[in-house]
Design a protein around this ligand. Structure first.
Ligand SMILES: Cc1ncc(COP(=O)(O)O)c(C=O)c1O
Length: 362
């Protein structure tokens, strides 16, 4: 008799390790490990969350109000929106529905960690295309497409690198894919971006039957703890995802808070403005310390350390933590020489720079 066995592929998964949230000895550490919003959610979202407390015995509604609010904000058809328990769930739903054993799912070398996890969970094979200078490479991705490829994930901007492909490059990537390949543009950080040459993929998803745009409330909306993500997808894809998702996959409090958050445009503007100040400031400060930093258009940066014992990323992480600051190691992404640091509050960014200055000057 043998023990119960999971499906093939499952045991190849390296379980996702989230950013640390605490440091022994610190009641209130500076948490910069998970690309959360520096300013937190809209006060209106918090009020909407609190207002639901007398209805906890009720099942959540269908999510139509949130889809309608998103439809109004983005100028898209609410019927083509599917909500998820974070965009992580959308990644899982899409993968489980469209790939299985023998299929390949393609993404770039330093693409978001949930792509290989969801792929292996579905029994399919993850394929990574090389990057060029920590940036997805359209030609390398297209060269890696085979007749087994069923999904291509592109995070734009990408986590953890912070790099992005221009709208022209995204269109060229899509144009090079066979029409049966689902092209998923993961725009988790789109709201932070103000570049003329950027696309979150909405234009492509509007026009093509094989493009999905994914978004989240975990980043600029500051609702990571409530778990709300969504995608804008072709009707046929929405139909598939609705068949496989849990009927109440986004809870009532999350829906209510997200509707209020969508409507508070001023709060999002404030969060973007905050990032527009502190992202370039922090990048410059890190450069002045003589450390490497990759250009980022998200709410986080990769800071590079020399591969020298005592000066490397492992030592830097220990030093920051000693000062009550939690960065994110990214060795799991094949980037052992870097730490990812989220843009936090003004005081937090000053604290990080002071700590790094002491580290570099040791
Ligand atoms: C690129 C990218 N996609 C998706 C996610 C998942 O976000 P959530 O499941 O919180 O919506 C993240 C979170 O860090 C991310 O960085």
């Amino acid at each position: 008799m043998s023990d119960p066995q999971p499906r093939p592929g499952i045991m190849k998964i390296a379980a996702y390790k989230g950013g640390d949230g605490s440091i022994p000895g610190y009641d209130d550490p500076i948490r910069l490990a998970s690309n959360e919003s520096a300013l937190g959610p809209s006060p209106k979202a918090i009020a909407a969350y609190e207002a639901g407390k007398n209805d906890l015995h009720r099942y959540p509604e269908s999510g139509i109000k949130l889809c309608q609010a998103l439809g109004r904000l983005h100028g898209i058809d609410p019927a083509r929106i599917v909500l998820g328990n974070g965009s992580d769930e959308i990644i899982s739903l899409v993968t489980k529905a469209y790939v299985g054993p023998g299929d390949e799912v393609l993404f770039s070398r330093h693409g978001f960690a949930m792509y290989p996890i969801a792929t292996l969970a579905a029994g399919a094979t993850p394929v990574m295309a090389p990057e060029n200078d920590y940036r997805a490479d359209v030609d390398a991705l297209l060269a890696a497409v085979t007749d087994k490829t069923k999904i291509v994930f592109l995070a734009n901007p990408n986590n953890p690198t912070g790099s992005y492909l221009t709208s022209e490059e995204v269109a060229r990537l899509h144009a090079g894919l066979p029409s049966h390949v689902l092209f998923v543009v993961d725009a988790a950080y789109a709201e932070y971006v103000s570049r003329n040459d950027y696309t979150a993929g909405q234009d492509l998803a509007q026009k093509h039957d094989n493009v999905v745009m994914m978004r989240t409330f975990s980043k600029i909306y500051g609702l990571a703890g409530l778990r709300v993500g969504w995608c804008f997808a072709p009707q046929a894809v929405c139909d598939v995802l609705h068949r496989t998702r849990g009927p109440f996959n986004v809870n009532a409090a999350a829906q209510a808070a997200a509707v209020a958050a969508v409507e508070d445009v001023a709060h999002i503007d404030q969060s973007r403005a905050h990032n527009d100040i502190w992202l370039p400031w922090f990048t410059e400060q890190v450069q002045q310390l003589g450390l490497a930093v990759l250009p980022s258009i998200g709410n986080f940066v990769l800071v590079g350390f020399p591969a020298e014992e005592g000066k490397d990323a492992v030592a830097a992480e220990a030093h920051l933590k000693k000062d009550g600051i939690i960065p994110r190691p990214v060795a799991g992404y094949g980037l052992p020489e870097f730490l990812r640091i989220t843009i936090g509050l003004e005081s937090e960014m000053h604290a990080v720079v002071s700590s790094l200055r002491a580290f570099v000057g040791r």
